[in-house]
Design a protein around this ligand. Structure first.
Ligand code: DQA
Length: 143
């Protein structure tokens, strides 16, 4: 089984940007731990990052043919991208929404996710562990 982990806009600068909110650990280090958690679940794992809405949508379309589950941190697109929501809605494989930060404890606009209703579930507020928990969630969803 194969899973796809999508990091959306600005997630490439995790470890550098707003470290009080997102932590000091860099994305490469987090990615290694995601891949290793996936291996423990016997998943093949592809990690993809893009700052572009259309590229994320293309990747979701590709996942229809190639993957058994998706983890997505859509960054700020979470809060307003109906196009990414529609691309998740057309998947027939489970998709888990993740956020590094507790989006409910921040700006009001972050408390609304337009993708949450089309995801299997959402995990927010645990830093890199949000991703690791999402991989475990996929393990129980993909049997
Ligand atoms: C984020 C939360 C979003 O509100 C923000 O725009 C991000 C990161 C998170 O992982 O906590 O870019 O998705």
């Amino acid at each position: 089984k194969k899973i796809l982990v999508i990091h959306g806009p600005n997630i490439n600068l995790t470890g550098v940007r707003q470290t009080d909110i997102y932590g000091r650990e860099g994305i490469e280090s987090i990615n290694r731990q995601i891949v290793s958690r996936a291996q423990e679940c016997s998943f093949e794992c592809e990690v993809f990052q893009s700052n572009h809405e259309g590229a994320i949508i293309d990747k979701l379309h590709e996942a229809r043919e190639t993957c058994d589950g998706v983890v997505i941190n859509a960054g700020a697109y979470t809060h307003y991208s109906y196009a990414i929501r529609d691309a998740i809605a057309l998947l027939t494989i489970p998709c888990v929404e993740v956020h590094l930060s507790n989006v409910y404890a921040r700006d009001e606009f972050r408390a609304k996710s337009v993708i949450a209703p089309v995801c299997a579930g959402s995990i927010a507020g645990f830093g890199k562990y949000s991703y690791l928990l999402a991989v475990s969630a996929l393990q129980s969803l993909i049997q």
